[in-house]
Write a protein that binds this ligand. Structure first.
Ligand code: ADP
Length: 543
């Protein structure tokens, strides 16, 4: 027997309409390339997003057509986030940090018809335009620079709208957005988000025990809007009517801290690299910024425990979360359950450094060689997830072994889950170090190293070994102006790990190579140090 409720589709225009109806006075602030602040209100955003939808339809956009964006985080990108899906199109956020070859590959693979681009990024587009097939390119003027007559102006596009706009009858399973994986571990793969997935993801992220985004917040997505929907923050913020303060292209610690202080930001999200830079700046000048007590969501890579502790000293709360492009992206979040509040301070920090418990409607399991692994906090296995905002396939890639026959998504991450349900990422499958048949977690080692006061960054990776197949090597970037030796770091690690886990060597680098999303590029380190053991006579760490 069916229930008697309405089968209202879960579609993005509901969120946009709600924002326009109830939160017209709420501000949207954006830092522009010249550092000045652009300000307008939700009423303007609502009007312009609908203008964009109407104008795109007039320009011939058909249902399901892809509209690419090459943009930083600001008001016009927010308009695209809602205006493109409201027209029945698919918002395809393109990662502007990728190599032009990859951008061309992605735009061609997605078959993008139109592009909306920041004026400051036109030089990037010029490097790919000979290789892609876009019908029209609309340039958003963030500076006074004239727009080349070769392109159209975004404002002129909006001006073609008359106000006579009606939403198409959207179905909730239609695609609203699209994002390619950044390709840390292979060729970029396209993920198509349905309206339904994004609406449910917004509801789940806003929940008190998830990210607790509400209309009392001022939210700053530092994570780029071309990276997994800026973790859904713009969608959730608009749904609840939160003030938004966008950083534009200025992601250095001082600009961000200025924005947090001036706009009284209470909620923000970004990768650990951003927060490492911020905490170092705060430690140098603790009195310079008057900040609100902020919740800072950290994901994309593991949040080292030392980082969580460091921000607590400033009254700023790191919220550790895990997700992927394929999971829209939020899938787990680490808060201390009330039933665990009796744990010691150290135990609580250790829990907060885990990636956390699945958010409502997401299920997780870990699978090892012998099948599903127990939730004992020790046994490692591949993390698999499922739920209404987890991809069930890649775009135009019918066969892919990322999806199991019984309906789970294989994340490619290796994890443990403890009896309380807290998941901990120990590695990516491709970054695992297998020494003498046993797995070593590179993440545990690097987080421990980053807990040393002299270490700014550390990456641990595998090098081939004649006897043990692989052994760990650590690359360390010391904090500016601080001296530290390999012996000191080794002595620091020794009490924390089994002997055979300790890196065979610690090498000092000026920087760790990074991906476009700011993650350590371990493939590059493995390549650089692959002959490490050829000239050496390595000892016997397992004895
Ligand atoms: P890419 O796969 O190219 O890095 P994604 O942005 O989709 O692109 O990244 C997802 C991956 O990032 C996850 O599979 C995981 O390895 C890593 N990741 C995300 N959040 C965390 C976290 N909190 N801790 C550790 N790793 C994380």
């Amino acid at each position: 027997m069916n229930g008697t409720m309405m089968n209202t589709p879960l579609v993005l225009p509901s969120l946009l309409e709600r924002a326009g109806t109830f939160y017209g006075k709420v501000e949207v602030v954006s830092r522009l390339p010249d550092r000045s602040l652009h300000r307008y209100r939700y009423a303007d955003f609502y009007r312009r997003a609908k203008q964009l939808a109407e104008a795109l339809q007039k320009a011939g956009l058909r249902r399901g057509d892809r509209v690419a964006t090459l943009m930083w985080n600001h008001y016009a990108h927010l308009e695209a986030y809602f205006g493109i899906p409201a027209a029945g199109g698919v918002l395809h956020t393109v990662n502007l940090r990728l190599h032009p070859d990859d951008i061309a590959f992605i735009m061609n693979h997605a078959e993008d018809r139109f592009l909306i681009i920041d004026d400051v990024l036109v030089p990037l587009y010029e490097q790919v335009k000979g290789r892609v097939n876009l019908e029209r390119v609309f340039v958003v003027s963030l500076t006074d620079a004239p727009v080349s007559p070769e392109y159209e102006k975004y404002e002129d596009l909006l001006a073609t709208a008359t106000g006579d706009f009606h939403y198409p009858q959207l179905e909730e399973n239609e695609a609203a957005g699209m994002c390619y994986t950044s390709g840390t571990t292979g060729r970029p793969k396209g993920v198509l988000y349905s309206h339904r997935a994004i609406v449910l993801h917004s509801l789940a992220s806003a929940m008190a025990d998830t990210l607790a985004i509400s209309r009392r917040d001022t939210a700053t997505p530092v994570v780029p809007m071309f990276h997994a929907n800026a973790w859904g923050v713009p969608f959730a913020a608009v749904m609840v009517g939160a003030k938004l303060a966008f950083p534009g292209p200025h992601l250095d610690p001082v600009s961000l801290l200025d924005l947090f202080a001036e706009e009284r930001v209470t909620f923000t999200a970004g990768v650990p690299t951003i927060w490492l830079g911020i905490v170092q700046t705060l430690e140098k000048e603790p009195e310079r910024w008057k900040l609100q007590p902020m919740r800072m969501v950290v994901g994309g890579s593991a949040a080292p425990e030392g980082l969580i502790r460091a921000f607590d000293r400033f009254g700023l709360r790191i919220v550790h979360a895990w997700g992927m492009t394929e999971t829209t992206p939020l899938a787990t979040v680490s808060h201390i359950k009330p039933t665990l509040e009796g744990l010691s301070e150290d135990e609580q920090y250790a829990l907060r450094a885990k990636q956390g418990v699945p958010v409502p409607l997401i299920e997780a399991r870990i699978v090892g060689d012998a099948g599903e692994a127990p939730w004992d906090g020790q046994t490692m296995g591949e993390l698999q997830v499922r739920g209404p905002w987890v991809a069930s396939s890649y775009y135009r890639m019918p066969e892919n072994d990322s999806f199991t026959p019984d309906g789970w998504f294989r994340t490619g991450d290796v994890a443990t889950i403890d009896p309380e349900g807290y998941m901990k990422i120990t590695d990516r499958t491709k970054d695992l170090i297998k020494s003498g048949g046993e797995w070593i977690s590179s993440v545990d080692l690097e987080n421990a190293l980053m807990g040393h006061p002299a270490v700014a960054e550390a990456a641990v990776f595998a090098v081939p070994h004649p006897k043990w197949q692989e052994r760990p090597l650590a690359a360390v970037v010391p904090k500016a102006g601080i001296q530290v030796t390999e012996e000191e770091l080794r002595a620091y690690l020794e009490p924390k790990f089994a002997k055979w886990w300790l890196p065979d060597a610690i090498v000092f680098l000026e920087e760790i190579p990074r991906t476009s999303a700011g993650k350590f590029m371990k493939a590059k380190l493995r390549e650089q140090f692959k002959n490490w053991n050829d000239e050496r006579d390595p000892g016997s760490p397992h004895s």
